[in-house]
Design a protein around this ligand. Structure first.
Ligand SMILES: Nc1ncnc2c1ncn2[C@@H]1O[C@H](COP(=O)(O)OP(=O)(O)OP(=O)(O)O)[C@@H](O)[C@H]1O
Ligand SMILES: N[C@@H](CCO)C(=O)O
Length: 323
């Protein structure tokens, strides 16, 4: 390893928030860490159970994305030492691929003196992911409303209401975005389009103005959740009844299978909601891990590394306080 050693901490994200398919995203207080430095030969070290099955050669997403940054900036850094640790469950709807892409873009850019703007990184991340919702949230933090026309991505960021908390139920099976997108119809009716435009617009306005009592109605969707429901047994029941069990609103997180509920931090019904999610999934024979999270207000953070400090990434993270 030589030259500067960059460590980036990047948040997970939940996409869609119900009706905002490929449009709305929120960063969450669950993180991945990526370390990058120039090296005589490429090595990729992955820590943690979440990384099982991820390649450790130059076909790794982090390595490939870093090379795109160097090409874009017109510099050559062929060999890299990369390490990654992640608490973000892989292929579960919490934006693991977006976090890896955003983390790799930011780390590689920092390694060469940050010639690319955040705007440019957002364009690259959106093209790589195929939609702007998860990458926008991971890159800018908070709630991100975005649109992409295939060439240009635009966004507006909203600060999440300070009382907003999230409970995710992460089923013990993976569901790739690719498979979950295959379940969607090619065309939808005008009625369903209007239904979603109105809910998504209401949701954005409610989130922007802190009218959390509107979230339950505003998080309804007819574009993707009904078609994905057969892939996630128990989902229909949870989405239909979560608000009766203390949730402000509930949705499929990204392409699933994770289910996300929003809760007022002051609510006295958190345990009841958590039990409802676990029991409903268990009734369908699905084990799920529940995690309480907060919306996360910022994008990737560069972790300060002193010159000569060669503490391995995993030891550094173990001493970090998880937010
Ligand atoms: N750190 C990583 N290194 C290499 N590949 C990764 C990494 N993180 C994620 N991936 C790739 O991304 C895939 C998961 O992407 P996918 O879009 O299916 O799910 P997700 O991003 O976890 O969920 P969602 O997009 O629904 O929020 C993994 O199977 C893996 O191929
Ligand atoms: N908007 C995307 C998010 C998952 O990557 C989808 O629902 O397919």
């Amino acid at each position: 390893m030589y030259g500067p050693r960059i460590i980036v901490k990047v948040p997970a994200s939940t996409a869609n928030l119900g009706p905002g398919f490929d449009t709305l995203g929120m960063a969450l207080s669950l993180f991945a860490w990526i370390e990058m430095a120039q090296a005589p030969e490429t090595t990729i070290t992955l820590y943690g159970d979440q990384m099982n099955g991820v390649p450790t050669d130059k076909s790794n997403l982090i390595y490939k994305v870093a090379q795109m940054v160097f090409n874009e900036a017109g510099v050559s850094v062929p060999e890299l030492s990369i390490s990654m640790y992640s608490d973000i469950p892989l292929t579960r709807g919490l934006g693991s691929s977006a976090s890896a892409i955003v983390g790799a873009l930011v780390a590689a850019n920092a390694l060469i003196g940050a010639p690319l703007s955040d705007h440019k990184l957002f364009q690259m991340a959106t093209a790589l992911e195929g939609h702007p919702d998860n990458v926008g949230a991971s890159l800018f933090g908070g709630i991100v409303v975005s649109a992409w026309d295939g060439e240009q991505a635009d966004y507006v960021r909203i600060d999440p209401h300070p009382s907003l908390q999230a409970l995710v139920a992460v089923p013990a099976f993976q569901l790739s975005t690719e498979k979950a997108r295959h379940a969607l119809p090619k065309e939808i009716s005008m009625g369903d389009a209007v239904y979603n435009v109105s809910r998504s617009s209401l949701l954005v306005a409610a989130l922007a103005t802190g009218q959390l009592e509107l979230i339950s109605k505003a998080m309804k969707d007819r574009l993707h959740q009904p078609y994905r429901a057969p892939l996630i047994p128990g989902m229909e029941t949870i989405l239909a009844h979560a608000s009766e069990r203390g949730a402000l609103g509930a949705a499929l997180s990204g392409a699933g299978p994770t289910l996300i509920s929003f809760v007022d931090a002051q609510s006295g019904r958190k345990q009841e909601l958590e039990q409802f999610l676990v029991d409903t999934l268990a009734d369908e024979g699905i084990e799920a891990e529940t995690i309480w999270l907060k919306p996360f207000n910022s994008g990737p953070q560069l972790v300060q590394v002193e010159e000569g400090d060669d503490l391995p990434l995993i030891d550094r993270i173990q001493s970090e306080v998880r937010v």
